[in-house]
Design a protein around this ligand. Structure first.
Ligand SMILES: *Cc1c(COP(=O)(O)O)cnc(C)c1O
Length: 419
């Protein structure tokens, strides 16, 4: 360990620095918009975003007034039918996409299936789909399934090697990657991989589960072809919130939804047995949207009203950077897996042989993070409701858990179903 506690890094000077940084980033502080229990430092907004006041109110209104009083009239009177596109437009503005290119509705898994399947079919004659072997497992499963169904070959290539694999090739139909690695927090170069794919005549698809709402994604400037993302992580749409799918405007006319449902039909209420796809992003819809889930998500997204994603990203980098600075200053000697430079999302992942128990011991102290196989302590910093003071508090708790070997207590060893 190269760092020792000097006068430049005593808890008092760290606290003063935290206060200073919080003041510097005051314009992006939305803590008051969220409902968090006292005494909790919530570092799991990358797994289940915190409840916001607006999400709670939107859900209560959707249940009591819309469902309870308007009944079936709410499909028109409360805009239930058009909610997938309306909320899609809100998300589009956060991920650098034009209005009319994003729709919400299905899970991330199903959305990815639609995107990968449709994208692969736009490159007939090409036989290979690239994805990351270290992706979140559902991404690998879905991509493998699509390849089996379409008679294509799944090639597992790290995003680190994707540009090299694509250069000079003519067999790849699609490069499908996560923007941020869910485990390590590495941020991959969406524009560079997309450009390499295009130069090789291929398309790109991006999973934004760990970048939407915290990173300036830049789908349009990066010329991404397809993307999907999660509603219940940093976007705080609530447990099981609907995901979103992006189809670049130039692909919409040729986009064929692999699930031809009535919601993607040009005239759903004509009740015709012939399938005529709707114009625009509506053709990416499938069946009746999860109205209550969309209501919560729509409420949650108001937390971003008036915020610039560049400022949100700067706050996020400042929080994670300061947290690592605190770990160094406090002498917490765990390997930091997440890049220290700016090629990271909004989390800090650390390695520890007893990572599961370390996370449990932190939770017992009110610092809620999560564990990821095999030895990762994963701490997500949702920028809108976390402060630099929270980051310092979390670092101090982590130091105390390690110094006191609290993770060795037997009660922290038992694994629950959801880790
Ligand atoms: C969270 C996450 C998912 C979740 O998919 P669901 O269909 O919502 O279960 C998928 N992919 C990635 C990369 C994720 O981080």
């Amino acid at each position: 360990m190269s760092h020792t506690a000097t006068t430049a890094s005593t808890p008092e000077t760290l606290r003063a620095r935290a206060v200073e940084l919080d003041a510097e980033h005051a314009a992006t502080d939305r803590r008051d918009a969220f409902v968090l229990p006292d005494g909790v430092v919530y570092l799991d907004g990358n797994s289940l975003g915190a409840l916001s006041v607006a999400a709670r109110e939107a859900t209560a209104d959707a249940i009591s007034r819309q469902w309870g009083e308007q009944l079936i009239r709410a499909w028109n009177e409360s805009g239930w039918w058009t909610a997938p596109e309306r909320v899609g437009d809100r998300i589009a503005s956060l991920v650098g996409a034009p209005a009319g290119s994003v729709v919400v509705g299905d899970s991330t898994t199903v959305s990815l299936y639609k995107a990968v399947h449709a994208a692969a079919r736009l490159r007939p004659g090409r036989t290979v789909v690239l994805t990351d072997p270290d992706s979140f497992p559902t991404d690998v499963h879905v991509t493998r399934g699509v390849c089996e169904q379409l008679g294509l070959t799944l090639e597992l290539v790290s995003p680190r090697d994707a540009v090299t694999r694509l250069e000079g090739s003519d067999d790849v139909a699609l490069a499908s990657y996560s923007h941020v690695d869910y485990r390590t927090g590495e941020l991959w170069d969406l524009a560079a991989i997309t450009t390499a794919a295009h130069d090789a005549g291929a398309l790109s698809c991006w999973d934004l589960c760990h970048s939407a709402g915290v990173v300036e994604v830049g789908l349009a400037v990066g010329r991404a072809d397809f993307a999907v993302g999660c509603g219940y992580k940093y976007l705080s749409g609530g447990p099981g919130a609907p995901a979103f799918i992006y189809v670049a405007p130039e692909h919409l006319a040729a986009f064929t939804n692999p699930i031809l449902g009535w919601n993607g039909h040009a005239t759903p209420f004509a009740m015709s047995p012939d399938h005529v796809p709707a114009d625009g992003i509506t053709r990416a819809r499938v069946g009746t949207p999860p109205v209550l889930g969309i209501a919560a998500l729509e409420g949650a997204l108001t937390a971003y009203d008036g915020l610039d994603m560049g400022d949100v990203r700067r706050r996020s980098l400042s929080l994670t950077g300061f947290f690592v600075e605190c770990l160094d200053a406090l002498g917490v000697d765990l390997p930091v897996v997440t890049p220290r430079d700016e090629t990271r999302g909004s989390q800090v992942s650390l390695r520890h042989p007893d990572a599961y128990a370390v996370v449990q011991a932190l939770i017992a102290r009110g610092v809620i993070g999560d564990f990821r196989e095999a030895d990762i302590v994963r701490l997500g910093f949702a920028p809108l409701y976390l402060s630099h003071e929270d980051a310092l508090a979390a670092a101090v708790h982590l130091r105390d858990v390690l110094d006191g070997r609290e993770y060795e207590r037997p009660e922290f060893a038992t694994r629950a179903a959801v880790t």
